[in-house]
Design a protein around this ligand. Structure first.
Ligand code: 5GP
Ligand code: ZN
Length: 122
């Protein structure tokens, strides 16, 4: 076990498959999966395969892996402008610290679809 993994961390356990998850995209340095308590349909989390609580704790090469995955997921989820009905979009959110509403101390990016009520989706 290196500093890159923490045996008591719920997201490290998800990366290792010790806790089940609905996996979407896995790369050498990142893992993405559905949020267990979604605030919208297809609420996704993208995490580095490196245990660090806050953004500034994560090495650049792990961070560099993440945004292209978020971008790919917007296409997979049909959230980008070429694939979506009018009015759809998304939020990308990353909380650091309790005061900023972070509950799991392993860096994660939320990808939260925002759908127009007129589409009947969200
Ligand atoms: P935070 O508030 O730390 O930014 O967000 C943590 C997110 O992790 C929450 O949206 C919560 O629903 C999600 N979460 C917590 N535990 C689990 C889990 O065991 N599995 C999955 N898939 N998501 C989790
Ligand atoms: Zn962790």
């Amino acid at each position: 076990a290196s500093v890159a993994s923490n045996a008591s961390c719920i997201f490290c356990k998800i990366i290792k498959g010790e806790i089940p998850s609905f996996k979407l995209i896995e790369t050498a340095k990142s893992y993405s999966f559905l949020d267990i308590q979604p605030t919208a349909d297809a609420h996704v989390l993208v995490i580095p395969k490196y245990h660090g609580a806050k953004l500034h704790n994560i090495p650049d090469d792990y961070l560099a892996d993440i945004l292209p995955v978020v971008k790919k997921l917007t296409k997979v989820l049909h959230l980008d402008e070429n694939n979506t009905p009018d009015g759809e979009g998304y939020n990308v959110l990353q909380n650091n610290g309790r005061i900023a509403h972070q509950m799991v101390d392993h860096v994660h990016f939320h990808l939260i679809p925002k759908r127009d009520a007129a589409t009947g989706l969200e």
